[in-house]
Design a protein around this ligand. Structure first.
Ligand code: AR6
Length: 174
């Protein structure tokens, strides 16, 4: 694995709403009108203007992403990605890959340099963290190989256990 690509990946534990990056990614639902989990935390921290902007978008299909401002967040933008509800079917991985790919594409199209992802679909949507981690990391590495303008991709986990899954996987591919 190329060192200049791996150097752009960073693992962290903590609250995504506190990050000073060009964009944080929200694990949203198709309505884009807020919810629980990381979605609720992002809307609380960003303030009501985020919901106002989301209302103008009119929703987002599963596997796709939409970009808004960051309002009261330190992050300049929020990229709202809609992950699949885990079903155990092959379409799950295709849709989750789409979340990462479409979020990263939006970041580059908007000239952003840094982006942070939570573990999309790994909360109430029930995606197994090990499978989701592999999709997140593999899709990001492949993307960075093709679009080198992006400088930093952070994967931030709430729990120590989920962080360890990412650490183990990254260590296995270096
Ligand atoms: N910072 C970082 N990670 C977080 C934070 C945070 N502040 N809060 C939660 N997580 P989930 P999903 C982690 O359930 O599975 C919402 O209602 C959490 O530990 O937020 O994609 C939406 O509106 C987990 O690892 O998202 C949708 O309806 C990960 O973020 C639905 O939930 C994702 O958990 C989306 O479900």
């Amino acid at each position: 694995m190329k060192k200049e690509i791996l150097d752009k990946l960073e693992l962290r534990q903590g609250d995504i709403t506190r990050l000073d990056v060009d964009a944080i990614v929200n694990a949203a639902n198709t309505k884009l009108l807020g919810g629980g989990g990381v979605d609720g935390a992002i809307h609380r921290a960003a303030g009501p203007q985020l919901l106002d902007e989301c209302r103008t978008i009119g929703g987002c299909p599963t596997g796709e992403a939409r970009i808004t401002g960051g309002y009261n967040l330190l992050a300049r933008h929020v990229i709202h990605a809609v992950g699949p509800v885990y079903s155990g079917k092959p379409q799950d991985s295709r849709l989750l890959t789409g979340c990462y790919l479409n979020s990263l594409t939006l970041a580059v199209e908007n000239n952003l340099k840094s982006i942070a992802f939570p573990a999309i679909s790994c909360g109430v949507y029930g995606y197994p963290i090990k499978d989701a981690c592999k999709i997140a990391v593999d899709t990001s590495i492949d993307f960075l190989g093709r679009r080198p303008s992006l400088e930093k991709i952070i994967f931030i986990q709430f729990s120590e256990k989920d962080l360890q899954v990412y650490e183990t996987y990254l260590n296995s591919i270096v």
